[in-house]
Write a protein that binds this ligand. Structure first.
Ligand SMILES: Nc1ncnc2c1ncn2[C@@H]1O[C@H](COP(=O)(O)OP(=O)(O)OP(=O)(O)O)[C@@H](O)[C@H]1O
Ligand SMILES: [Mg+2]
Length: 223
């Protein structure tokens, strides 16, 4: 059974009372546990729309979505939020870290919603930060870190809950090419440790680092 299975997914945005925009058209997609997949395509092709659905941040207009054996297309927001917190680790282009908050506290944050005690939260956050080479930056705030270090803190925060899937939307978008390449190396090493990674990027050169590349064009998956 695939980890992610989308079947005949459509996503329609209602622009106003009379106009709609169909951002995804009959998307069928399966991703297995442990895969390293890139989703690529030009600006406006529907990558972020697809990521929002995959990450349970939005619901499809029609079609079915099975995530790790759960039928998630029609769940209530509260249940979606719970599954999202348990199953998905998000990484964004802008890192989305809390300013004036230490790396350690940023990474520990998702564990609050998982009901983990403070001592245990800090212990796990420290362990993931060390794994990502940031053991000497635990108390640094985002403004005291380089872009690449901030993105590694964001990746640590995504991993601290031990999610089934790491979902990264343009994670190298704000990094210079050398730091971007280091980020890709990090994804490779996480993949080798068994993580499932879905990397979303408009950049074909970045996408080609993944084991499998899925191309999106005008809301459709193209071969
Ligand atoms: N909330 C929304 N309401 C209406 N239209 C939307 C909405 N979000 C996205 N769209 C439209 O859906 C299409 C796909 O947008 P999406 O953000 O998924 O593209 P993308 O592939 O991520 O682009 P980029 O590479 O620029 O991030 C675009 O034409 C966009 O204008
Ligand atoms: Mg996008």
């Amino acid at each position: 059974m695939p980890l992610v299975h989308l079947s005949h997914i459509n996503k329609v945005y209602e622009l106003d009372k009379t106009n709609i925009f169909q951002a995804l058209k009959d998307v069928n997609l399966s991703i297995d546990k442990g895969e390293f997949v890139a989703i690529t395509g030009p600006s406006g092709s529907g990558k972020s729309t697809l990521m929002n659905l995959l990450g349970l941040l939005d619901k499809p207009s029609s079609g079915s979505y099975d995530l790790d054996g759960h039928d998630v297309a029609h769940l209530k927001e509260a249940t979606l939020a719970e599954l999202r917190n348990k199953k998905i680790g998000f990484v964004f282009q802008n890192f989305n870290l809390l300013a004036r908050t230490s790396a350690l506290e940023n990474v520990a944050l998702p564990l609050i919603y998982a009901g983990v005690s403070r001592t245990e939260r800090l212990r796990r956050a420290e362990s993931v930060l060390k794994e990502l080479g940031l053991g000497d930056k635990l108390q640094s705030t985002p403004s005291q870190l380089s872009g690449g270090q901030q993105q590694r803190v964001a990746i640590a925060r995504a991993l601290v809950t031990n999610p089934e899937v790491l979902l990264a939307d343009e994670p190298t978008g704000n990094l210079d090419s050398k730091t971007g390449a280091e980020m890709i190396e990090l994804f490779h090493s996480l993949h080798k440790k068994g993580r499932t990674i879905i990397l979303i990027t408009h950049d074909p050169a970045i996408a080609n680092n993944a084991k499998r590349v899925i191309k999106v064009k005008d809301g459709e998956i193209v071969k």
